[in-house]
Write a protein that binds this ligand. Structure first.
Ligand code: PLP
Length: 375
């Protein structure tokens, strides 16, 4: 009864593990902040709903929010305008709409390994072929341009990049961003830059792809920065002509983004970066705690994530990451197997520190017991 594309597309391993976890397991698999949205955001949502902002809006998003987003990108490109911005159903829908608008059947798209779970399936759903490029721990999980060039073919259309990265926590410095832009220009590639963790950088400074080339689409989200993952709101910033095309696909998928959620996001953006300062302080402290503890576990090593809220330790134990994650689940810890993010993740686990310190301590104790038995 169903189409081949539906039969072939996989529900991500990550979601399957999440859905199969016992209810009392300690969950370090979460890809969302364990904080509520800031009060100003909650209040704005309630007010919007009470004041009748419950109807369809423009498919590209409310002009006031688009304008606010554009304003926040002018430090990267002073000419950024409303027309460059589309408000979407989370970063996820922005990624799908971008893939549908930018990849033709048979195109090849470079996607990171390890990398976020949607990039390769989205390329396939658009009829394109994902081609994995390595992110090596030795290079701080930044792409190595020599090895990137080996994956090129006459069909290569685009490269997907993600900094700060889920799952590695790696962050590109400005030089890396410039090098990738030069590479894309030299080989006539578009760049899809997933920057949903741009406000979550602990070491160094975030470097955006926006403003460095006219072949960039930046995907972003309100999910993580404003802790509103369940409200499904994101955005993208693209060259005007490209935004017009992406908007058509976006319209056909969701008509328009949620109106009250946009009112809330506008309040959140207007409040400035300090609204998320307490959360970021806590994430920073947890990062120290988690990395220190992980490196004490026999058979585990963990580089410090420079951004996002994931640790991506490498293990030297027997078995692949799914096997290890399944054994941990039996012991009451939900950790995400690294291979959910690509073959290079096979000796890694992804542990989210978007969990209370108590959960982190108990989860890490389970991991330590496992490591002592396995080493
Ligand atoms: N991109 C990355 C790297 C992510 O980790 C996520 C969510 O986990 C998304 C995009 C999509 O997030 P959302 O659809 O909630 O904006």
């Amino acid at each position: 009864m169903v189409a081949q594309r539906a039969r072939e597309v996989e529900l991500s391993l990550l979601r399957r593990m999440f859905e199969g976890a016992p209810p009392d397991a300690i969950n370090l698999g979460l890809g969302e902040p364990d904080f509520d949205p800031p009060k100003v955001v909650l209040d704005a949502l309630c007010e919007a709903v009470r004041n009748g902002q419950n109807h369809y809006g423009p498919s590209a998003g409310l002009p006031a929010l688009r304008s606010k987003v554009a304003e926040s990108y002018r430090d990267r490109d002073p000419s950024t305008a409303v027309e460059n911005v589309l408000i979407t159903g989370g970063g996820s829908e922005a990624l799908m709409a971008t893939a549908l608008a930018m990849y033709d059947p048979g195109d090849e798209v470079l996607v990171p390994d390890p990398g976020f779970v949607l990039y390769a399936p989205h390329a396939r759903l658009a009829g394109a072929v994902p081609v994995l490029y390595d992110l090596d721990e030795k290079h701080g999980y930044r792409p190595d341009l020599d090895s990137l060039a080996q994956h090129l073919s006459p069909r290569t259309r685009a490269i997907v990049v993600n900094s700060p990265s889920n799952p590695t926590g790696g962050v590109f410095d400005s030089t890396t961003v410039d090098r990738i832009v030069a590479f894309a220009e030299e080989h006539d590639l578009s760049i899809v830059s997933d920057e949903v963790y741009d406000t979550m950088v602990y070491d160094g400074k975030f470097a955006s792809f926006w403003g460095r080339s006219d072949r960039v689409v930046v995907v972003n989200s309100f999910s993580k920065r404003l802790c509103m993952t369940g409200w499904r709101l994101g955005f993208l910033v693209a060259p005007r002509a490209v935004a017009v095309e992406i908007n058509k696909l976006h319209y056909h998928m969701m008509a328009c983004p949620s109106t009250p959620a946009q009112a809330a996001a506008l309040a959140g953006l207007s409040a400035g970066p300090n609204v998320s300062a307490p959360m970021m302080r806590e994430f920073r402290a947890r990062r120290e705690l988690v990395v220190r503890q992980l490196n004490r576990i026999p058979g585990l090593t963990c580089t410090k994530p420079a951004g996002a809220f994931y640790a991506f330790p490498r293990f030297g134990w027997k078995g692949g990451s799914t096997e290890v994650a399944m054994s941990l689940l039996k012991r009451g810890l939900l950790a995400t197997p690294g291979e959910a993010f690509g073959p290079l993740g096979t000796s890694h686990l992804r542990l989210s520190f978007a969990a209370s310190r108590d959960s982190l301590r108990r989860g890490l104790a389970i991991l330590r017991d496992y490591g002592e038995a396995a080493s």
